[in-house]
Design a protein around this ligand. Structure first.
Ligand code: MLT
Length: 205
């Protein structure tokens, strides 16, 4: 499947064959629109897949928003990029006649997925946040009642301090998201256990 530069983002769109919710795949720092396609296909067989490439470059590494240092975000850029991504998703939905997608995001992609939930809740039906941290110092007030969120964190993750992942899980639960947060014996990279839990969560939604 060739990547398209359309609706503001270089992306891959794979039309689904089934009736399930589409999946929005959001890669980590230095990744691209192809990284999470295998995960999307195995977690949500038959679902339409939308996989954009982050538009911010850190050196040569694509990201979804700017950071000032590892774990220190440029919140003004994050807000602007979140709205930009939200508009892309809405344009894709209109173009292909899609329902609201479930986001599956890894690392930087998980962080912008969390930001999408908090700033543009109408855009996503739910989200799986793999190695996410709290994107905002003070989270916006929002109502996420009815949205299901899975967070998978690594107990030995050197990039995401446990406290900030827990804070995000707390925030999401407090604003009404049906939040499941699991901490795995893992680092920042994904493991087979992540994929097993992700598949079970997606199947049970
Ligand atoms: C971020 O910048 O979003 C997080 O530090 C995770 C990362 O992408 O390294």
């Amino acid at each position: 499947m060739d990547a398209l530069a359309q609706d503001g983002f270089t992306h891959v769109y794979e039309p689904g064959t089934g009736a399930g919710a589409p999946v929005l795949l959001l890669h980590g720092t230095g990744g691209d629109e192809r990284d999470l396609l295998p995960i999307g296909r195995s977690v949500a067989p038959g679902a339409s897949l939308i996989s954009p490439r982050g538009r911010v470059l850190e050196g040569t590494m694509p990201r979804f928003f700017r950071r000032l240092a590892e774990g220190v975000f440029d919140e003004a850029d994050l807000v602007a990029r979140t709205h930009e991504l939200a508009e892309f998703v809405l344009a894709m939905r209109a173009r292909h006649g899609l329902a609201a997608p479930i986001a599956i995001g890894f690392s930087n992609g998980a962080n912008i997925a969390a930001s999408l939930l908090l700033l543009r809740p109408e855009v996503l039906a739910g989200a799986a946040l793999l190695r996410a941290m709290s994107p905002f110092a003070g989270p916006p007030s929002v109502d996420l009642t009815g949205k299901k969120v899975l967070m998978l964190s690594g107990a030995m993750d050197p990039i995401i301090p446990a406290e900030t992942a827990e804070r995000l899980a707390r925030t999401l639960a407090e604003v009404g998201a049906e939040t499941e947060h699991r901490v795995l014996p893992a680092g920042h990279g994904l493991t087979q256990a992540d994929l097993t839990l992700l598949e079970a969560w997606h199947a049970g939604r």
